[in-house]
Design a protein around this ligand. Structure first.
Ligand code: ATP
Ligand code: MG
Length: 413
């Protein structure tokens, strides 16, 4: 693309808000002052050339990124978090939660499949060659006269036009099998295709390396997929590439009937996030033992393990609960995470679950422990038993006002 066209895209406030353009030009000015060539790279360039709003700013410097960062803080304020080992820095912008990643252009050498690479400072070209796909391996020059020039040694623009995801070399997935998930994410997100030779590289050798990846790295990739709008299609694609069974033989397909609920906008007062909802739905039909194995393999947090386990558990016990009294539902559900209950409600449309979420869980008798004490009762098991009976009476509609509650209390005492 010609420089003029790029400049026009950069000035489009629908793609790049004006304060971000100012930010770019500030970085450009300071890089120029220090005499270091400086580029914005990766997803920013890809999305800009696609005419889509850009997200994070990844800046690569042919020179010391930490030095540039210090200069930026000196002139514009904010805070710098340097990582001396990798010669990178995060510039936290002043009066904002936003930040910019500053990276020293580098070369990466993978000495062992699947292990993290050895890194040495190098040129922008080498920096682009260490990246995952051609469409992510373009740079846009910032400093000096070059502002707005696209550097595209791997022909990413041609692949953007062809709408394909292509690796940079045949060992790419062996070096880093997480790129398989990344390929599927971009393919689904932009309705591109993974180029056939690239798809062919997702072979048994690459899957063997994937099998050795840590649970944390794998779960992070699945998290990112679940965050995407077309998560279900992406999971299907991951499954058909043979990736799921390489993660763990018990890894299930995503039940198609549950797919619509992945994108549920949760209106109720339920703490929710797409990732947890995604995993609850994904593992809803599994046994307790399978969930235990997978939660271990994927390094789930205790909370996520509980969410997923509770969903599957409730799904199984639902037939035994149907027809129960509100109090029985309430006591059965009270220990389970709300999100798990909500997920099972979406699937089963069992109204009692919704009643529990919206009303029953908030129902309390008017009488409390202090009232009982004031009546001369000593705290103990009797205490909670009485309070529980009062609460049940409210839940089941046997008591509907305060004087009825008092009557019942008198009887119980
Ligand atoms: P997204 O819109 O999903 O954030 P992105 O391109 O910004 O897409 P990031 O994960 O933020 O992706 O990474 C930024 C850039 O770093 C990518 O564009 C790519 O050039 C490079 N990159 C990220 N992960 C890898 C990887 N596993 N292997 C090689 N290059 C990578
Ligand atoms: Mg990004």
């Amino acid at each position: 693309m010609q420089k003029d066209d790029v400049l026009r895209l950069l000035r489009d406030p629908n793609l790049l808000p004006s304060e971000k353009l100012t930010l770019l030009s500030n970085i450009a000015t300071q890089a120029e002052t220090l005499g270091v060539p400086c580029y914005v790279v990766g997803g920013f360039v890809r999305d800009l050339l696609l005419g889509k709003p850009v997200n994070d700013l990844d800046v690569v410097v042919e020179g010391d990124a930490i030095n540039l960062g210090r200069k930026l803080v000196e002139v514009y304020g904010g805070k710098l978090t340097p990582h001396f080992k990798f010669h990178t820095a995060i510039w936290h912008l002043p009066n904002s939660t936003d930040f910019v990643d500053l990276i020293t252009a580098r070369k990466e050498i993978y000495e062992m499949p699947g292990a993290l690479p050895k890194v040495t400072p190098s040129t922008i070209e080498d920096d682009l060659r260490r990246r995952d796909f051609t469409i992510n391996a373009m740079a846009l020059r910032l400093d000096g006269e070059g502002f707005g020039e696209i550097l595209d040694p791997l022909d990413g623009q041609a692949d953007l036009e062809r709408r394909v995801i292509r690796v940079l070399h045949p060992r790419s997935f062996m070096d880093d099998p997480t790129r398989i998930f990344r390929a599927i994410r971009y393919e689904g997100r932009y309705s591109f295709n993974i180029e056939p030779l690239t798809l062919g590289l997702v072979d048994s050798e690459a899957l063997k390396v994937l099998h050795m990846l840590s649970g944390e790295r794998l779960r992070h990739e699945l998290d990112l997929i679940l965050e995407e709008e077309r998560a279900f299609q992406m999971v299907l694609r991951v499954a058909s590439a043979g990736v799921l069974t390489s993660i763990h033989p018990k890894m299930p397909k995503f039940n198609q009937e549950y797919a619509d609920y992945l994108e549920m906008d949760i209106q109720l007062d339920v703490p929710a996030d797409r990732r947890s909802m995604g995993f609850i739905l994904w593992f809803l039909d599994l046994t307790e033992e399978e969930i235990f194995l997978l939660a271990n393999r994927l390094d789930f947090s205790n909370q996520l393990s509980l969410d997923v386990w509770a969903g599957a558990q409730l799904m199984r016990s639902l037939p035994h609960l149907v027809g129960a009294k509100p109090s029985e539902w309430t006591y059965a559900l009270e220990k389970l995470p709300l999100l798990s209950i909500y997920a099972v409600y979406l699937i089963s449309r069992e109204n009692a679950l919704l009643s529990y979420i919206s009303f029953w869980r908030h129902v309390k008798p008017r009488t409390n422990g202090n009232d009982l004490k004031a009546m001369g009762l000593l705290p103990g098991p009797r205490f909670s038993e009485i309070l529980l009976k009062l609460r049940s009476a409210w839940l089941d509609g046997e008591v509907t006002n305060e004087s009825q509650e008092k009557e019942l209390l008198a009887k119980l005492l």
